[in-house]
Design a protein around this ligand. Structure first.
Ligand code: PLP
Length: 398
């Protein structure tokens, strides 16, 4: 077996150096815990990047993938296959959507829904093609999604950007109204901005967007790549805010670890025809077997309610921590997508310190920590994690 130092040397030799990797080599995972090659365990409060909503290696998912791997993995979408249909049914029966297209990632789902919106604009709005998105959003890293993602860091090295995206401030309905013109075909927004710093919508903001889109006959799209599949305490984030989008995108938790994305829309907006779009792997039998098994658990066991209850528990404990650390200025986010904002730029050091004590966290900004554990994380695991976090905060600010 390759040792950690050998592994690092090989990584340095072979890979494009585009990530500052954490120091350990992870080899196994179960539930909320991951294990490195020395047998040390970590509580994973990143959940494989908001992917393992029912935990690592959930038995239902493992069984479904093992069984499917022995049956049939991949065919072209030219043929009917089964687990895909099961997952489609669960998603549509439990949302306001009528139709779905499966792809492989979040960026691809947003690309697809952008094509859908442009076709809508072409057919119904006199060739309108512009999509309004928000500053501090994150929609993926493809050429078009860099233009959709309203963050300079994701854009400025790759100018010129793809045309057709306009970035305006989040939580500012007037900015959306001012940016809307004859060329506008859609507004796309995350119900809660994830990568942008766990930014929550003001009361009524999403409803105002919906009303504006209805008034202008433009599409109201929610990017639920991070917020979907229970993360915010409802199966889909929009359900928390009493709105009904015209279309939504999913990925991250959708495949429960298998690369799977999707975009969905209401019947009225389902304007793509044969030849308009496609994907070789999208929704293949193996990935949708994984996704369908996970979605069944999430719905049948009401995992979103667990996320809501555990989220309130975590937030309550974090607010208590504020008493001790006055540099914590905000604890925010519904369900189990939680941001901790601080006045000190210590988030990366807190992550390193917590990690050495067995807890994986994310520093989303130098001043913001993000917690996104599996939604079925136990109270004992939460208590253990918050104890490690407390110690890390103490050590780093000592
Ligand atoms: C992660 C993320 C994406 C991109 O998903 P990929 O699968 O990495 O392409 C898009 N939108 C949101 C809201 C995300 O959190």
């Amino acid at each position: 077996m390759t040792s950690t130092s050998e592994y690092k040397a090989l990584e340095a030799k072979y890979y494009m150096q585009i990530v500052n990797r954490r120091p350990m080599v992870l080899v196994r995972a179960e539930g909320t815990r991951v294990f490195d090659n020395d047998g040390k365990s970590y509580l994973d409060f990143t959940a494989g990047w908001a992917v393992l909503n029912i935990g690592h290696s959930h038995p239902a998912v493992v069984k479904a993938v093992q069984e499917q791997a022995g049956l049939i993995n991949q065919m072209s979408n030219l043929f009917y296959t089964t687990p895909q249909l099961k997952l489609a049914q669960i998603l549509i029966d439990n949302s306001c959507m009528d139709r779905i297209f499966f792809c492989n990632s979040g960026a691809e789902a947003n690309e697809g829904v952008s094509k859908l919106a442009r076709k809508w604009g072409k057919l119904k709005l006199n060739d309108a093609y512009e999509i309004i998105t928000m500053n501090n959003s994150f929609h993926g890293r493809t050429m078009a999604m860099m233009a959709a993602t309203g963050q300079a860091a994701y854009q400025e090295k790759w100018l010129p950007l793809m045309p057709g995206f306009v970035n305006v401030d989040y939580n500012d309905i007037d900015a959306i109204k001012a940016a809307t013109n004859d060329m506008t075909c859609a507004v796309m927004v995350e119900p809660v901005q994830g990568e942008g710093g766990v930014n929550v919508p003001d009361d009524g903001y999403l409803r105002q967007i919906q009303d504006w889109c209805n008034e202008k006959n433009i599409m109201f799209i929610v990017d639920e790549v991070q917020t979907g599949m229970g993360r915010l305490g409802k199966l889909f984030g929009y359900q928390l805010y009493g709105v009904e989008p015209d279309a939504m995108t999913l990925a991250k938790a959708l495949g429960a670890g298998a690369p799977l994305g999707a975009f969905l829309c209401k019947e009225e907006f389902s304007v793509l025809e044969p030849g308009d779009h496609g994907s070789t792997f999208g929704g293949n039998a193996l990935t949708t077997a994984s996704g369908a098994a996970a979605a069944e658990v999430i719905v049948d066991e009401d995992i979103p309610s667990q996320a809501a209850a555990t989220g309130a528990y975590v937030t309550g404990k974090l607010i208590a921590l504020r008493e001790k650390y006055d540099f914590i200025t905000d604890v925010r986010g519904p369900g189990l997508l939680i941001g901790i904002e601080m006045t000190k730029e210590i988030a990366p050091d807190v992550v390193t310190e917590a990690e050495s004590n067995g807890l994986l966290l994310n520093a989303i900004r130098p001043t913001i920590l993000r917690l996104m554990p599996p939604l079925n994380v136990s109270r004992d695991e939460v208590d253990e994690a918050l104890e490690i976090l407390d110690k890390a905060l103490e050590k780093v600010t000592d």
